[in-house]
Design a protein around this ligand. Structure first.
Ligand SMILES: Nc1ncnc2c1ncn2[C@@H]1O[C@H](COP(=O)(O)OP(=O)(O)O)[C@@H](O)[C@H]1O
Ligand SMILES: [Mg+2]
Length: 247
């Protein structure tokens, strides 16, 4: 079964048809890139998937369950994680504490015991940080981290919720090119290990072509192409509207 299935999704703002009849699916462990020029409707799609926006038409299923129009908290509880373009962590708390908080809230949601934070076992949070290459930063306050490290903490917090689907709208915005590739390589590795479906947008085509299993191309609210990176790269329509000459 697909992790996410979307059928005929549509949204208008006043006279602007931001998204017009978008359909696609994401499989467990798959890295699916949603690309397209500015204003194509990428963020509007994401916001209809995470519950921020109610679609005018269309359906969204998560592991077969209809989640169309559910509030963001409910969507998140059902296993849709997201990373934020504006990083949301507690700056005065350490990296480890931030990840522990996220793990604790996940356990409580599953009906676990009401463990006080200070009595928690650190091992699961430490293991997650080690997997993200953040072991040495564990005791530092988030407020003093470099931007790229903060993005890793954000990813750790999203993963602590044990998502089935991870939505990443421009996850590498503001990062240096090398850091971008590293963050997405890490994300792809973890997604495959854990069977997490990942839908991401990204401006850097090197990152997209290096890490996407499949690519969707959105133009003025409609999907104009979808397929494996090589096929999308060669599609004349995609080259015309998006990639331009020289790619
Ligand atoms: N809240 C909103 N109110 C009015 N128009 C919006 C709103 N959000 C997006 N739009 C419009 O919808 C279109 C798609 O925007 P968006 O989804 O942000 O595109 P992208 O993320 O691909 O750059 C644009 O024309 C944008 O101006
Ligand atoms: Mg956007």
């Amino acid at each position: 079964m697909a992790t996410l299935e979307v059928e005929g999704l549509a949204k208008s703002f006043g006279g602007v048809q931001a998204v017009r009849g978008v359909s696609f699916a994401v499989a467990p462990g798959e890295m699916l890139a949603l690309i397209g020029p500015n204003g194509a409707g990428k963020s509007t799609c994401f916001n209809m998937l995470n519950g921020q926006l109610r679609p005018d038409a269309g359906r969204v299923w998560l592991r077969g369950q209809d989640i169309t129009g559910l509030a963001p908290r409910r969507v998140w509880r059902l296993g849709v994680g997201r990373t934020f373009q504006i990083t949301a962590t507690f700056g005065s708390m350490t990296v480890l504490e931030n990840v522990q908080m996220a793990l604790l809230s996940h356990q409580r949601r599953l009906g676990g015991l009401w463990t006080p934070v200070r009595a928690m076992d650190c091992a699961p949070a430490e293991a997650l940080l080690a997997r993200l290459g953040m072991a040495e930063q564990a005791e530092r306050p988030c407020g003093i981290l470099a931007y790229g490290d903060l993005k890793r903490v954000e990813l750790a917090i999203a993963l602590a919720n044990d998502p089935a689907l991870l939505l990443m709208d421009e996850p590498t915005a503001g990062m240096a090119p090398q850091e971008r590739v590293a963050l997405m390589a890490l994300t792809a590795g973890i997604a495959r290990e854990r069977g997490i479906a990942v839908l991401f947008t990204e401006h850097d085509m090197d990152v997209v072509f290096a890490h996407a299993d499949r690519i969707l191309v959105l133009d003025r609210g409609a999907l104009i192409a979808q397929g494996a990176p090589a096929a999308v790269r060669a599609d004349p329509r995609v080259r015309e509207v998006y990639l331009g000459a020289g790619h």
